[in-house]
Design a protein around this ligand. Structure first.
Ligand code: BG6
Length: 479
């Protein structure tokens, strides 16, 4: 499997993801000399377009979505592109597609960024045209199903043509630099790992808050909801990286073996340990925004916010709650992981009037890439009236620490890993299925108990019940 593909075939080449992420990422890699000089990129989608028209389409997408500081000469990149129209649902057309792809010298990477309903027919079409051979890798973009059963169906369809070591399932959170940095923090430093367990950690919080609403993805989102859109994939991957045992190596098998053990150890969650919400009209950073029902144009029971108190039932994490929350139309965009350490076992300062706060590690993933460790320190003074201690932050702003480094978006990393054949940051089938199993059980509990989302005002941190979910354990969400 260790070859660098010299052909990349993009299904969904005219779609939103291709325009916003894939083409800009490929361009940026090319501009930095990271793509093999002979890599040809073939786009395919239903629209009729010539190669020239697709290049114009791609140019427009680059001009619109590339940050100004990363634009450059486009002609060479555009020359790598060609286009073949295809109705993916019928077998006709795949031979022409194969002809357009030509004969790769080393190998072909295929990226499916289409509706999952097209995955099955696409695989059949590729098989019929001889595009599933041993030097072909298959990359799948989410959503991979809507529950365990539909995810298994997709995985079976893909497995009929590709062995697992040639399947690359994207979870773009794994491509984020700060998410990978979590592994460096845990496993490249001696001081955290001995404390990283139930004896020293009180609880963990994972927040993925967004200010955006539906963003025009009405049908998709209303069928998915926050738990399937964000928790089933991104948040559970973050949780797995926080909770996993140290892998012996940083490679695809070792890392994924450890993550899946965590996902399988997730305790089934009772509905009372969850809170769901749906936003109503409000204001975000001073701008009025409509409610979900207004954006959708009808009433709906889909949750745009979910909070869950989860547990990993294994030796390391016995009794440590993992509070997860994600929502649309929150007051600010923030993805962060909070590790709340336990109190010191005995305070020598107690008799001197000092109060202590336990240490806290906050790993900011976006928009700010910061690692902040709060430590107790003595307030300067002569202490005639007792010792005063205060929590002070030890703060590392990653952009300052690595000011010369290029900040790359997740898809740049993931596309390069796909082309080069490294699966470490892609999700294995057993992980996806463990994720679905846990999420399906939560959704079944909601259904059985007739739970519908509570409303919350756009621009707030979700329904007040979400605050209560943590507060009844004496925990305050980090804001
Ligand atoms: C996607 C979800 O997977 O992730 C979107 O479908 C969400 O609803 C997006 O907005 C968030 O990604 P990021 O990288 O902006 O945090």
């Amino acid at each position: 499997m260790s070859f660098t593909a010299d052909r990349l075939l993009l299904f969904g080449a005219t779609g939103d993801l291709a325009q916003r992420m894939l083409l800009p990422s490929l361009f940026a890699l090319d501009a930095d000399g990271l793509l093999a000089p002979d890599l040809k990129i073939v786009g395919t989608a239903r629209s009729q377009m010539t190669d020239g028209e697709y290049r114009n389409f791609a140019r427009a997408a680059l001009e619109k979505y590339l940050p100004a500081d990363r634009r450059g000469r486009m002609a060479e990149f555009l020359n790598r592109l060609s286009y073949q129209p295809l109705d993916a649902t019928t077998l006709e057309g795949y031979d022409d597609l194969a002809a357009k792809v030509g004969t790769p010298q080393r190998g072909l990477a295929i990226f499916l960024s289409t509706a999952p309903s097209l995955f099955g027919p696409t695989i059949k079409g590729l098989q019929s045209a001889g595009l599933t051979g041993e030097t072909v890798r298959m990359c799948l973009e989410k959503p991979l199903g809507t529950d365990l059963a539909s995810s298994c169906e997709i995985n079976d369809a893909v497995a009929a043509a590709f062995p697992e070591d040639r399947i690359f399932r994207i979870d773009h959170y794994l491509g984020k630099e700060t998410v990978q940095n979590l592994l460096a923090l845990r496993f490249a430093n001696i001081m955290f790992e001995p404390l990283w367990n139930a004896a020293h950690i009180d609880h963990v919080q994972i927040t993925v808050a967004e200010t955006v609403g539906l963003e025009g993805r009405v049908a998709f989102y209303d069928d998915a909801g926050a738990i399937r859109d964000m928790v089933q994939n991104h948040m559970l991957q973050l949780l797995a990286l926080v909770a996993m045992e140290p892998p012996a190596h940083f490679d695809a098998t070792a890392v994924r073996d450890e993550k899946v053990k965590v996902l399988r150890a997730l305790r089934p969650v009772e509905p009372a340990q969850t809170v769901t919400g749906q936003y109503r009209a409000g204001a975000i950073q001073g701008n009025a925004v409509p409610g979900y029902d207004e954006e959708l144009g009808k009433d709906s029971d889909t949750e745009t916010f979910v909070a869950i108190k989860a547990h990993v039932d294994n030796w390391r994490w016995k009794g440590v709650p993992f509070y997860l929350r994600t929502g649309k139309r929150m007051p600010k965009r923030v993805t962060e992981i909070v590790i709340q350490f336990a109190c010191v076992p005995h305070s020598i300062f107690e008799g001197k009037g000092a109060t202590m706060q336990p240490n806290r590690l906050v790993i900011g993933i976006q928009p700010e890439e910061n690692i902040t460790l709060s430590l107790m320190a003595k307030v300067p003074g002569l202490d005639r009236e007792g010792i005063r201690l205060r929590s002070v932050p030890l703060n590392i702003a990653m952009p300052d620490a690595f000011s010369g480094a290029v900040r790359r978006i997740a898809y740049e990393r993931l596309l390069l890993d796909l082309v080069e054949g490294d699966q470490t940051l892609f999700v294995r089938r057993d992980e996806v299925e463990a994720q679905w199993e846990w999420v399906d059980a939560i959704r079944a509990g909601w259904k059985a108990d007739d739970i519908t989302p509570k409303t919350y005002t756009a621009g707030s941190w979700g329904p007040s019940a979400a605050i209560a979910l943590a507060e009844r354990d004496g925990v305050t969400w980090h804001e």
